[in-house]
Write a protein that binds this ligand. Structure first.
Ligand SMILES: CC(C)(COP(=O)(O)OP(=O)(O)OC[C@H]1O[C@@H](n2cnc3c(N)ncnc32)[C@H](O)[C@@H]1OP(=O)(O)O)[C@@H](O)C(=O)NCCC(=O)NCCS
Length: 236
């Protein structure tokens, strides 16, 4: 029995075989590698998904960011480390107030957020619409916070989601023209305040291990770099 693929690549596709399930979509609109998310299944199923998306035209497959403890079946399926990420956590106590005016954004801000994202991140790490939608919809509740420019448009945005007691800073980006002026720090504070109000006890995030500006910002806001790093693994 082969893996059954539903959907029309490069739109997101669902892969299934028996009880095993996964989803795949292009990593982003600049990188045609597939991003495979396993819902349930073993190493053999992951390997078959790699073959199935190769037949659709994806030149390779990337995993989500995985802790060491979740990497075994991906490695058994032939995946190897591709990018290292640091995992950080902030215990949400008394959150400091943002220096800049941060307001709640809405769906109408997502286009401008994507423009900033593409300008702030390199090609590999940028989000496209699918990745942004996933970031917004992957938790029970999510909020977008924005700093607006005087003449219209945004200086920066943050997407934060909350589960039960843990919140996730899913995305943070500041327009390169507005960086270094406290916008990023204010967005982190607004995200932390929102997460605390939603009942979360801690705020987690991951970022590239060599992202010195971001890690500098997070550490001075009280985040701790956790000892277990994450890695994106690649096959093909
Ligand atoms: C990381 C980022 C959000 C910071 O936003 P920003 O508005 O420029 O940051 P701020 O002006 O609020 O600066 C806050 C702190 O970040 C650190 N920082 C910012 N730019 C830095 C740089 N070029 N080098 C080193 N540290 C830097 C500093 O600790 C700074 O504090 P200080 O001004 O007291 O020294 C922004 O650089 C960005 O969008 N980067 C690309 C996208 C990204 O990496 N997002 C986060 C990944 S999860």
């Amino acid at each position: 029995m082969k893996v059954r693929v539903t959907g029309d690549w490069p739109a997101p596709v669902a892969l299934r075989k028996g009880w095993a399930r996964a989803d795949a979509r292009p990593w982003n609109d600049a990188v045609p590698l597939a991003h495979l998310r396993l819902q349930r299944g073993n190493a053999a199923f992951i390997a078959e998904c790699v073959e199935a998306v190769a037949e659709l035209g994806a030149p390779g497959v990337l995993s989500p960011p995985l802790p060491e403890s979740a990497q075994r079946i991906w490695r058994e399926a032939g995946f190897r480390p591709h990018a290292q990420l640091a995992l950080l956590r902030l215990d949400l106590g008394a959150a400091r107030a943002p220096d800049r005016l941060v307001v709640a954004g809405g769906p109408a801000d997502l286009r401008e957020a994507l423009r900033i994202d593409a300008a702030a991140f390199d090609e590999f790490w940028r989000f496209d619409r699918h990745a942004m939608d996933e970031a917004v919809s992957s938790t029970r509740r999510a909020a977008i916070h924005v700093v607006r420019k005087a003449g219209g448009g945004l200086s920066g945005f943050a997407v934060t989601g909350v589960g039960v007691t843990i919140a996730y800073l899913q995305r943070l980006a500041v327009d390169p023209a507005s960086q270094g002026k406290g916008v990023g720090r204010s967005l982190v504070r607004a995200a932390a305040r929102w997460a605390a109000r939603e009942g979360a006890r801690s705020l987690m995030l991951n970022t590239q291990r060599d992202n010195v500006p971001a890690i500098g910002l997070y550490e001075t806001e009280g985040f701790e770099v956790l000892s277990e790093p994450l890695a994106v693994l690649k096959a093909g």
